[in-house]
Design a protein around this ligand. Structure first.
Ligand SMILES: NC(=O)c1ccc[n+]([C@@H]2O[C@H](COP(=O)([O-])OP(=O)(O)OC[C@H]3O[C@@H](n4cnc5c(N)ncnc54)[C@H](OP(=O)(O)O)[C@@H]3O)[C@@H](O)[C@H]2O)c1
Length: 287
C-alpha cells in the first residue's frame, strides 16, 4: 500500500512514516518544501503524480496562540489545505485520515467527551481544525477523523522538551493545574494510524494515551521519570493567561475506538517513560 503522509517535518508525520516502513508499506513523507498544501495546483499535481492509495494528513498550522492573530494563514493551511488534499484524494479514490483535536469542544465540565458531543471551539485554531473536519466529511465517505490531544513526539517541540529545558535553569516551576486531559505519544498513535488506514472502519474517533492528568501532574511525572529535582507549583489558567483559550476539560473517551476493535494506546505514564528513554537514546546517538 502506498501512503502519503503530510507534515513529515512535524512530530506526528515523522513517526507515522517510520512506523509504516516497519510494516513494509510504501511510505512517502512530504514536507512544506515538497508540497505546500495551500497551493491547489501543487496539491493536485503532486497527488496525481504520486497516486497514493491513502493519505494521512498530519500537516497543520499548530501555533495555537499565533492563530488568534494570523487568522488568514491558519485558515489557509487548516481549512483550504485540507480541502485541496481531500479533493485530490477523492479524484484518485484514496482513503483519507484527517488529524483533529480536543480543541473542537468547549472544554468545560468533568466528563469525558464522546465523538458525538457538541462541537464548540473556543479558539480560532480549534475553529479551523473543525472546519477541516467538515471539509473532509463533506467530500469523502471513505475517511477517518482522529481527534487527539497534548501531543509529544521525538521530532519537534512539545511540553516535555520545554519542561526539561526549563529544568536546566529552574528549581521550581509554576504549571497550570486546572486543565485536565490526556497526553498522546506519537510513537503509540502512529501504530494505531497504520493499523486504522488498512481497515475500512471509517468514521470519527478520539485517540490519546490512557488516563487523565493536569499539566502540573504531567510536569511532576516528567521530572520524576527524568530524574530532575524541580518543585512544581500548580496554578490556575487565569494565573497563566494566553491569547487563545485552552479547554479546562480535554478528557476524551476511547470507547468507540475499543468497540471498533482497535488496540487502545497504553497509559500516558508508560508512554512518558518510553519517550524519555527515546530522548536519551537520541542524545547518545548525537542527534
Ligand atoms: N501538537 C499538539 O499538541 C496537537 C494536539 C491536538 C491535535 N494536533 C494535531 O495533530 C496533527 C499533528 O500535529 P504535530 O504536533 O505533529 O504538528 P507539528 O509538529 O506542528 O507539525 C505540523 C507540520 O505541518 C507543516 N506545515 C505547516 N504549514 C504547511 C503547509 N502550508 N504545507 C505543508 N506543510 C505545512 C509544518 O511545517 P514546518 O515544519 O515547516 O512548520 C510542520 O512540519 C495536526 O493536525 C495538529 O493540528 C496536535
Amino acid at each position: 500500500m502506498k501512503i502519503l503522509v503530510t507534515g513529515y517535518n512535524g512530530q506526528l508525520g515523522y513517526d507515522v512514516v517510520h512506523e509504516g516502513r516497519k510494516h513494509d508499506l510504501e511510505m512517502v513523507g512530504s514536507t512544506i518544501e515538497d508540497l505546500n498544501i495551500t497551493s491547489a495546483d501543487e496539491v493536485t499535481k503532486y497527488i496525481h503524480d504520486l497516486r497514493p492509495e491513502a493519505i494521512i494528513h498530519c500537516a497543520a498550522y499548530t501555533a495555537v496562540d499565533r492563530a488568534e492573530e494570523d487568522r488568514e494563514i491558519a485558515w489557509d493551511v487548516n481549512v483550504n489545505g485540507t480541502k485541496y488534499l481531500a479533493e485530490a484524494a477523492k479524484s484518485i479514490g484514496a482513503k483519507f485520515i484527517y488529524i483533529s483535536t480536543d480543541y473542537v469542544y468547549e472544554g468545560i465540565g468533568d466528563q469525558p467527551y464522546t465523538e458525538d458531543s457538541k462541537i464548540s471551539p473556543q479558539s480560532y485554531y480549534g475553529l479551523t481544525k473543525y472546519e477541516g473536519e467538515q471539509v473532509v466529511q463533506n467530500l469523502l465517505a471513505d475517511s477517518f477523523i482522529v481527534r487527539i490531544s497534548w501531543v509529544f513526539g521525538i521530532n519537534g517541540n512539545n511540553f516535555i522538551k520545554t519542561m526539561l529545558r526549563l529544568a536546566e535553569t529552574h528549581n521550581e516551576l509554576k504549571v497550570v493545574s486546572d486543565q485536565i486531559g490526556s497526553p498522546t505519544y506519537t510513537h503509540d498513535l502512529a501504530k494505531l494510524l497504520i493499523d486504522m488506514v488498512q481497515t475500512n472502519k471509517f468514521g470519527v474517533y478520539q485517540v490519546t494515551n490512557d488516563g487523565y492528568c493536569s499539566w502540573a501532574d504531567f510536569a511532576k511525572k516528567i521530572f520524576e521519570v527524568a530524574g530532575c529535582s524541580v518543585k512544581v507549583e500548580g496554578i490556575t489558567s487565569e494565573e497563566y493567561p494566553t491569547l487563545a483559550v485552552r479547554p479546562k476539560n480535554s478528557r476524551m473517551s476511547k470507547q468507540k475506538l475499543i468497540a471498533n476493535g482497535f488496540e487502545p494506546l497504553p497509559h500516558w505514564e508508560k508512554a512518558l517513560t518510553h519517550y524519555i528513554n527515546e530522548l536519551k537514546q537520541e542524545v547518545q546517538n548525537g542527534r
